[in-house]
Design a protein around this ligand. Sequence first.
Ligand SMILES: Nc1ncnc2c1ncn2[C@@H]1O[C@H](COP(=O)(O)OP(=O)(O)O)[C@@H](O)[C@H]1O
Ligand SMILES: [Mg+2]
Length: 223
Amino acid sequence: MIRLKNVFWQRARKQEKPVLSDLSFSVPQGGFRWLLGPSGAGKTSLLNLLHIESLPARGDLEILGKPVSADTPRATLVRLRQRIGMVHQNYRLMPGLSVVDNVALPLRLQHRPEDEIHDEVHAILKWVGLGERIGVPAANLSGGEQQRTAIARAIVHRPGLILADEPTNALEEPQAHKLLDLFDELSTMGTTVLVATHNEALIRRLPRPSLYLERGRLVREGE
Ligand SMILES: Nc1ncnc2c1ncn2[C@@H]1O[C@H](COP(=O)(O)OP(=O)(O)O)[C@@H](O)[C@H]1O
Ligand SMILES: [Mg+2]
């Protein structure tokens, strides 16, 4: 469950114009939403805010049913963040770490046993087609391989909320379809999923409600 009520966000305190203005919407647990809008509309900013990389300047924000504000204890925010899987637009992998160690990170943060981590990580890397690339440093991967590593890292710990920022732009079409089918299946099983995209064909293939941003405002919401 995500809930925003009159949420504003700005990059710097003194910045005059907020990047996100007066956003109010909610997505039930297990809901799937496309996040649409022209470049510069604020899609990445909204996903980063929902990933709790910063706090709203104003308004009420609830993520996975928990209030997120300056009053929320830091430890609560850290735990909450561990229940979110994020595919960043620019992947944000650790360049010096291997594929396998990048993907293991969310499980290591949860202090899961290493044998369990090994099995989970290898299974997911096989699924994204990187089974042969596990030992390669992230810095040596192609764009598509980096994106698939970032996707594996975002889903390996079975998060309650998946945020994906243009997660298919470096993928071949069959891979993109496979990924979206997985996101759809995860949402059916109770994971909330938000996917920012420009890919009209993808949206037509998987018709789901959308949130449409323009200049930091929610201008349309619906089927
Ligand atoms: N690093 C940055 N520094 C300053 N302004 C930025 C930065 N990144 C984005 N912006 C601005 O913030 C606004 C929202 O951008 P963004 O969230 O990236 O939109 P989208 O993902 O929809 O393209 C735009 O006006 C953009 O120009
Ligand atoms: Mg963006």
